[in-house]
Design a protein around this ligand. Structure first.
Ligand code: HSE
Length: 346
């Protein structure tokens, strides 16, 4: 039976997921036994649609591409328009809510309330939003468990690169004592371009044009985006209870072309490094620019690519390199959680 989805939010990531479901429907069904239909979409700006038997994904994408709104989707018997996010979560027949709203990272809202409402209504959630995972992981994972539903969060760190599933599944049984990583693409891109001779402003402008930067790039360049990912990694992988104010943070805005040149002369390279260490006195974490030697595996990670190293007691250091953002990559992060819900592996 097809897995029924309600998308809360229909921006780049939601459209990326819809495109994957449309284009990969046959191989997903034939090779993975996975079938999904989108029964509802509710978006603050674009409007909302619900049909218990499923929407025509091709038409939804067409009308969104052409008009920027869902209003032009054709009327069919049984179609309901105008439900807000909470009506969609409560009244739709969806098995899983795909929570991909534009969320205020300082409060985690409205994503946190959407997750609560979904779990209380017996629905799974998959999300790529950092807010609910960084700010409310213990509460929301317990609420999902109590209601017998699943919470997929893979896309909240490094989009479709399995930064959470690799340590949780494939490295299970190890004690992970240290995590180091490059968790923000915008700053890594800026640092790479500054090494190539661009000024900070030129590099930031390019990162914005390429769509890497957050709506407000302060979150990237001052290290907040990476900080929230550090909180997620510490709490989900190391089972710590780290809060955002316990993470030391410094961004890259103070780095000058002279600093970049001096590192080059020392055979080093600046990276905005996220570090999480488990010690006798608990978990300590930081995000800050660090000069690392060129033979460090993280030094070779350039442009907007992300990377993370898990230092394991049994497997040794394991480094994962891949995308940290992107329409299809983040769409995939939601798909892999959905596939794992269907497999009973989440
Ligand atoms: N702005 C982020 C980055 C996107 O540059 O990595 C993913 O959080």
């Amino acid at each position: 039976m097809a897995h029924k989805l309600a998308l809360i939010g229909f921006g780049t990531v939601g459209q990326g997921l819809a495109e994957i479901l449309l284009e990969k429907a046959d191989p997903l069904r034939e090779e993975e036994g996975f079938e999904a239909k989108i029964v509802a979409i509710s978006d603050m700006m674009k409007g909302s649609l619900y049909h218990p038997d499923g929407l025509d994904i091709r038409k939804v994408l067409e009308v969104t591409r052409e008009t920027g709104s869902l209003e032009g989707y054709p009327d069919t018997p049984g179609l309901i328009r105008g439900w807000d996010s909470f009506e969609t979560i409560e009244k739709s027949n969806a098995d899983t809510i795909v929570e991909i709203t534009f969320t205020d990272i300082k409060t985690g809202q409205p994503a946190i309330d959407h997750c609560r409402a979904a779990f209380e209504n017996g629905k799974n959630v998959v999300t790529s939003n950092k807010g609910p995972v960084a700010l409310a992981y213990p509460e929301l994972s317990e609420l999902a468990r109590k209601n017998g539903v699943k919470w997929g969060i893979e896309g909240s760190v490094m989009s479709g690169t399995p930064a959470l599933r690799i340590p949780r599944v494939s490295l299970a049984g190890n004690e992970i004592k240290e995590i180091r990583g490059i968790l923000n693409g915008t700053t890594n891109y800026i640092l790479t371009k500054m090494e190539e001779g661009l000024t900070y402003d030129e590099a930031l402008k390019k990162a914005q044009e390429l769509g890497y930067a957050e709506a407000d790039p302060t979150s990237d360049v001052e290290g907040y985006d990476a900080l929230y990912k550090v909180v997620i990694l510490a709490n989900v992988i190391m089972k710590a209870s780290l809060t955002r104010d316990q993470v030391e943070r410094k961004g890259i805005t103070g780095l000058t072309p002279d600093d970049i040149e001096q590192a080059r002369q020392e055979g080093k390279r600046w990276k905005l490094l996220a570090e999480i260490k488990k010690g006798q006195d608990g978990v300590r974490a930081s995000v800050s620019p660090v000069k690392i030697p060129l033979d460090d595996p993280l030094a070779g990670v350039t442009d907007a690519t992300n990377a993370v190293t898990y230092v394991c007691d049994l497997a040794g250091p394991v480094t994962l390199v891949g995308a940290g953002a992107g329409r299809t990559e983040t769409g995939f992060s939601l798909l892999i959680d959905l596939i794992n819900i269907e497999r009973g592996h989440l």
